[in-house]
Each structure stands twice: as C-alpha cells, then as structure tokens.
Design a protein around this ligand. Structure first.
Ligand code: NAD
Length: 495
C-alpha cells in the first residue's frame, strides 16, 4: 500500500497534525485515487489559531506598513520560483489543465503585487482648518484576527484574494481552505513560512463545515471572507453578521452571454468554448447560457457544437489535454442528472458529454463538453448553477429582448457576470449600462477583474458590500477612525 501524505495545520509558525482524528481522503479527480489525507479541525484547533493570532496582533499592528509588506515581496518571488511545482499539485488535486493551474496562480500573484502597494492604498484623508483652527483626519486601522473560507475551484488564487490585503493592513489572518483541495494551500503555506511573517500572523486551519461554524462563532474573529456556493454564502453571511462580524461572501453564478449578429462569430465561438468548457466549467465566471440575437443563431450554434465535440478531454498534466475532469464522482453524477433534467424539460441535447471515458483513466470523474439547444428560459435547467462543462443555448429577436431575458430574476437570481459580443459601440454601451450583473465582459468571455479592481458580483452571487481584491480589500480589512483636533497657540508654551 502506498503511504499518502498527511496534510497539516500551520499554527503559530508551527506545522501541526490536526488532533481531530477525523480525516478525509484528498482524491485526484483524473484517477479517483487518494493522494493525501486532511484532518477536520475541531473548535479547539480554531481557538488555538485565534489565540496565536491575538498574541501576534499587538506587535504586528505596530509594525510599520512599509515593513509589513516586505514578506509579501518575498512571497511574490517564492511563488514565481515554485510556480510549476504548485501548478502540478493544483492539477493533481483539482483536475484542471496545467496551463489553467499556472494561469490561476498568476492571478493570485497579481494580488500579492497589488497588496505590496498597501502603504499608498491604506492612506487616509485630512482637512486642515475644517473649522477655524481645527484639523480633521481619517486614518485606517486594522481589525484584529480575521478569517477566510475558500472553495475548491481556485485553491491557488482565491486565498490570495484576501490574505495579502489582510496582513498588509495589519491584521492576523486564518485560512480555512476547501477540504477537497488542501494540498495547493499546504504548498502555499510552506512558502509563507519562508517569506518571513512573524508566527501567528498567517495561519492555516484545515477542515469542513464544523470548522467553519467554529470560525463563525468565535468571538475574537472580527471579519469573515467567504467564497463558495450561494446557499453556503448566505448561511455564512447570516451567521457571521448575527455574531457581529464583518462579512463579504461571494456565492454561485449562472452567467449569460449575448451574441449579436454583428459579432465576429469565429472568435466569439472560440472564446465561448474557453469560457464554458475551460476548467471543466467549474469557474464562477464560466458562461453557462448563450443567448443569440437574430442571425447569430445558426452560425454560433453550429460552431459551438463542433468545438464542444472536438475538445480534447483528459488528465490535466498531459500536454494535449484541453479540459480536465470535474472535481468528484458526486459532482459528475449531479451534472449528468441536470443534463437529463434539461432533456426532460424539452432541451435538445446537441452534444452529449455523459457516459464518456478517457483511456487509461477509467476511474476519473469525466463529463465531456455538452451543449443544450432551445433551452426554455422558464425551465429549471435555465436557472440552476450546473458548475460543469454544459452550455445552454437560447434565442432572442433583439438586443432589448436579450437584455430583458438575462435580467429576469425569475430566470436567474445571480449576477456574477454578463458578457456581450458585438462590433457596435452603441450596443455595447447599452449592454454595459443595463445588464444586471457586477462584472461585465464586452467581447471578453471570462470577465475576471484584475487584482487592481474589485471582484464585483451582485444579487445572489454576493452578500456584503465590499468585494474581494484591490481597494475594497483594504477597506474591508480596516476600520476608519476620525480624529478632530485643535491645538490653540495660547495653550502651548512658545519656544
Ligand atoms: P461550497 O459552498 O461547497 O464550499 C465552500 C467552502 O464552504 C468550503 O471551504 C467548505 O468547506 C465550506 N462549506 C461547505 N458546506 C458548508 C456548510 N454546510 N457549512 C459551513 N461551511 C461549509 O463551494 P465549492 O463547491 O467548494 O465551490 C464551488 C462554488 O463556489 C460554486 O457555486 C461557485 O460558483 C462558487 N464560486 C464563487 C466565486 C465567486 O467569486 N463568486 C468564485 C469561485 C467559486
């Protein structure tokens, strides 16, 4: 029997076994084989991390911000150096292709780079003589110990939407990664250990739902950042805020694209293939509904069906692979069940990705690209986040009809992203103005905001007000203090 790696918590600068005794296997979704085990930390282990964080906080918040960002510069260099190694781990536990894994890590590194600018980003405001002889300043101060809870689909990027901003602003940070993909995080933390943060400033606590509850109920954790499905995002937001914490909770998605007859159909089809089937459709910014307008219908339908049928599916480390497996056998069964439901509700299965296999990987969780045509907007499949490589096609006669369709909250309650393909500036402007989503792509298939901008999901895709990344991250992790001061000359000794 091959021994698999036991993953550890990183608490107070030390690697520690989880004392819970309860552990899960981490599986390679391309083979179905166990590659590690991860402990499920109980409340006592969460508390140990919080106590270490509180212990480190007093000194960390007094450390000048220019010094606090130095370990982030180190972390950036270490991440660059270990990119391929972490990318390979990411592919093996998450399933995506190696190119996608490295691409994801690059977007994570971008956040480390942006947070290195915290000395500027954290500056306050002031007015001299806001009243005669009175000056007023707003300064930003950290909160204390904060925590993030992250999903399975971007283990190399999403922790970095939060961690760099939290610590650069002077907080101590605890990460609870997805129990499905904890290996990438373990590698990330081995670099964090090297980067030079004092013990207790950045900590890793593995676990599942009970660990999350312990975090949400801990009185000394001041803020919660969450990314995951809408049901859990809503739950985490409610419980965290009921416990008096700040919370920013990003949820699921069902992202539409509108394709106009004046779009370049070949490029649009290519970009839609990458958006719908990239990362096996397990991206919160994957397009999952394509609405063609007028004459765009036939050429796009034909093009996307050909592309879906020819996409090379396999193990993510094989160079020829264009799409990997989905994350678990449960996920595969759920996606295949939803395709079946869609067909039962009247959709035409143009390309069917069910019951497929990959030679040499018989136990992998394979769902091939699937295209459902003539999906009824009122059907369940039109509303449900599938989170797999399935694209639904709908049709509208005009741009107004298409916008009305994608904005109809009874069709989709989400608002993570909406995209448009066109060569008309006027249509683009109308779409940008009217589409009811927080991230908009114009002739872009995955409108993922760069780290300099907030990741702006709306509606059921986000609960809170300040989003991840950029200045929003800085604001989320700091509290403002306003100082009003008067220094009358006559009260001071003159020298
Ligand atoms: P998930 O909601 O199942 O899990 C996310 C995190 O919550 C994990 O750390 C998990 O341990 C924890 N969790 C799960 N169930 C819980 C429960 N009942 N109580 C407390 N904690 C619980 O999500 P997932 O399957 O890991 O990730 C996929 C989902 O994340 C999709 O819906 C996707 O759209 C969404 N997502 C959203 C964004 C975004 O930016 N909006 C980004 C990535 C992923």
């Amino acid at each position: 029997m091959t021994q698999v790696q036991e993953l550890l918590n990183f608490v107070n600068g030390q690697w520690q076994s989880s004392g819970a005794g309860e552990a899960l296997d981490v599986l390679n979704p391309a083979t179905g084989g166990a590659i590690a085990t991860v402990g499920l930390s109980p409340a006592a282990e969460v508390d140990a991390a919080v106590q270490a964080g509180l212990g480190a906080y007093a000194d960390w918040r007094e450390t000048p911000v220019v010094d606090r960002v130095q370990p982030l510069f180190n972390l950036k260099m270490l991440l660059e150096e270990h990119l391929d190694d972490i990318g390979q781990t990411l592919t093996n536990e998450c399933g995506k292709t190696f190119v996608e894994s490295v691409g994801e890590l690059r977007r994570g590194i971008e956040n480390v780079e942006v947070a290195c600018g915290t000395p500027s980003l954290m500056q306050g405001w002031n007015n001299e003589d806001i009243a005669r002889g009175i000056d007023e300043h707003m300064i930003r101060q950290p909160l204390g110990v904060v925590a993030a809870i992250t999903p399975f689909n971007f283990p190399g990027m999403i922790p970095l939407w939060f961690l760099p901003y939290a610590v650069a602003t002077g907080n101590c940070f605890i990460l609870k990664p997805s129990e499905k993909v904890p290996m990438t995080t373990q590698k990330l933390f081995s670099l964090i250990e090297e980067a030079g943060f004092p013990p207790g400033v950045v900590q890793l606590v593995n676990g599942g739902a009970d660990t999350v509850n312990a975090i949400l109920d801990h009185p000394d954790i001041r803020a919660i950042s969450f990314v995951g499905s809408t049901a859990v995002a809503k739950y985490v937001y409610s419980r965290a805020t009921a416990n008096g914490k700040r919370a920013q909770c990003q949820g699921g998605a069902k992202n539409p694209v509108v394709i106009m007859p004046d779009a370049n159909i070949d490029s649009t089809t290519q970009m839609m293939g990458d958006s719908a089937f990239g990362c096996a459709g397990q991206r919160c910014l994957a397009v999952s509904v394509a609405v063609t307008v007028g004459e765009a219908k036939d050429p796009f339908t034909e093009g996307i069906a050909d592309l879906a049928a020819s996409r090379k599916v396999g193990y993510g480390m094989d160079e020829a692979t264009e799409m990997g497996p989905v994350i678990t056998s449960e996920s595969k069964a759920r996606i295949e069940g939803l395709i079946e439901d869609g067909a039962r509700e009247g959709a035409r299965v143009l390309v069917d990705g069910r019951q497929k296999s990959v030679s040499g990987y018989d136990d992998g969780y394979w769902v091939f690209p699937t295209v459902l045509d003539a999906v009824d907007p009122s059907s369940q499949i039109a509303r449900t986040e599938i989170f797999g490589p399935v694209l639904s096609l709908m049709h509208a006669d005009t741009i107004d009809d298409a916008i009305a369709l994608i904005n109809d909250r009874s069709v989709s309650a989400y608002g993570n992203m909406a995209c448009l393909f066109t060569s008309s500036g006027a249509t683009a402007r109308q779409f940008r103005h009217e589409a009811d989503a927080g991230n908009i792509g114009i002739n872009i298939g995955v409108a993922a905001p760069m780290a300099f901008f907030p990741f702006s999901g709306w509606n059921e895709s986000f609960f809170g007000d300040l989003h991840a990344q950029s200045r929003h991250g800085i604001e989320f992790y700091t509290q403002t203090k306003v100082v009003v001061e008067r220094w009358p000359q006559e009260w001071s000794r003159k020298f």
